[in-house]
Design a protein around this ligand. Structure first.
Ligand code: PMP
Length: 432
């Protein structure tokens, strides 16, 4: 019909414009026109509950960010070589959320730039060049950061200065994840040494998002961090995904592990959609680094970004969004666990606050096919979701932190129907 042909011409236009770099969700991609709160509206008028995009942490098009950005844009926006008080107001506010030792902040425009700088800082202060990451990690798109992002490599073999270790799950390390993971970090340090490479850093997403979301109350990273420090390396916490209160339990993901990173990188939700990111570190690290190279970023830390960032921090606090993430997150997780108990296509349910990883299985084995079908079924229920993990079989869910009880119920009911639709599929009966 007319709608389908209009959509297919917009897909064609997209492919013409973006070429092979185009990545679109769904076989029949959705054309979005606007969004508000937790909801996105497509060009055919259908509204979707956004359970995937963790950038709009306050909710899409949040008025506090719109006002702050518009007012600052109308007043002053400039590169970073003048003093502008709102920028330092923002840095001061951000620092209040971080350990005292991490008292220098460099603002960038993307998480990739933040990790790129973090890696260069680590290299300079340790004199090492080796990096240890997890097997499905994603840390960004610069040349340097792509080398430590196994999930971005379609065929690639990691360069010799990078070792990717299995994600911290019980299936990889048994019940004592902490000891098993630390031991694996130790063997990775030794492997690097055998290759003639001194380790610079252990670089970890604090909630292992692209590995499939791994979280455990009390954490499991403390021993691994001791190992890396004893080997002369530093620990970089990539907070691009779990940061800014998403886990509900703590403001930053690393806090759950009771560890102090040497460097923290952040991005995605930092400006609620305004592109901004940053690195927090020790003054001595930056002093060492800047002796040789220096760092300049034209747009990083511009006054409009600072206004957006300040609005995000203020709104998380004034609207109690961390508590909301904890409360609504627990409610959803309990319901998901109920559903998992009743269905043999749902395996482990992991995560904290409003960050979930749900294993999709067929006959007890991870199934990417089924997870794609579930994502399609969720779309039918007007819920947006995505997948992660080494098999692509883990559902990754990250709704805005402002999610309400009734939106949580909308999700649970839709999720139940989607699971039921898959289990009732006559082509699958008997297999499940
Ligand atoms: N680190 C992690 C954990 C990420 O998920 C991402 C983006 N998906 C990045 C870094 C890179 O951030 P950006 O896309 O803003 O460069």
């Amino acid at each position: 019909d007319a709608r389908t042909s209009m959509l297919s011409s917009s897909v064609e236009r997209r492919l013409d414009n973006f070429g092979a770099s185009s990545v679109l969700f769904y076989r029949a991609p959705i054309e979005m026109v606007e969004a508000k709160g937790a909801w996105m509206t497509a060009s055919d008028g259908v509204t979707y509950l956004d359970f995937y995009n963790n950038v709009p942490c306050l909710g899409h098009c949040h008025p506090s960010v719109i006002d702050a950005v518009s007012q600052q844009m109308a007043k002053l926006n400039t590169h970073t070589r003048y003093i502008v008080s709102i920028v330092d107001d923002y840095i001061d506010a951000l620092k209040r959320t971080l350990p005292n030792e991490l008292s220098n902040i460099v603002l960038t425009c993307s998480g990739s730039e933040a990790n790129d700088l973090a890696m260069r800082l680590a290299g300079k202060v340790t004199g090492g060049s080796g990096f240890i990451v997890t097997e499905c990690a994603y840390h960004g798109n610069t040349a340097y950061v792509t080398e430590v992002s196994p999930s971005a490599m379609k065929k690639g073999v990691l360069p010799p200065h990078v070792i990717a270790i299995p994600e911290p799950s019980t299936s990889n390390y048994g019940v004592d994840i902490e000891a098993g993971f630390a031991h694996r970090v130790k063997t990775a340090v030794d492997e690097l040494r055998e290759r003639g490479v001194k380790v610079a850093a252990l670089l970890l997403d604090s909630i292992f998002s692209s590995d499939g979301v791994y979280y455990q109350k009390g954490g499991f990273l403390s021993s691994a961090v001791d190992v890396i420090r004893n080997a002369g390396g530093v620990y970089i916490a990539d907070e691009v995904q779990p940061g800014f209160a998403r886990t509900g339990e703590t403001f930053w993901g690393f806090e759950a592990h009771h560890v102090f990173p040497d460097i923290v990188t952040m991005g995605k939700p930092m400006g609620n959609g305004f592109p901004m990111a940053g690195v927090a570190t020790k003054p001595s690290f930056l002093a060492t680094y800047c002796q040789d190279v220096g760092y300049f970023n034209t747009f990083g830390g511009n006054p409009v970004a600072a206004a957006a960032g300040l609005a995000v921090l203020n709104t998380i606090e004034s609207q109690g969004l961390q508590d909301n993430a904890l409360k609504i997150g627990r409610y959803i997780k309990d319901r998901l666990l109920d559903i998992a108990g009743q269905s043999n296509i749902i395996g482990e349910v992991r995560g904290a606050g409003l960050f979930f990883g749900i294993d999709v299985e067929e006959n007890g084995a991870p199934s990417a096919t089924l997870s794609i079908q579930l994502i399609d079924q969720l779309r039918e229920q007007r819920i947006l979701a995505g997948a992660a993990g080494k098999h692509g079989s883990t559902l990754k869910l990250r709704p805005p932190l402002c999610l309400t009880q009734s939106e949580a119920d909308f999700f649970i009911e839709g999720f139940q129907r989607a699971v039921r639709a898959l289990c009732d599929n006559p082509n699958r009966k008997g297999d499940l």
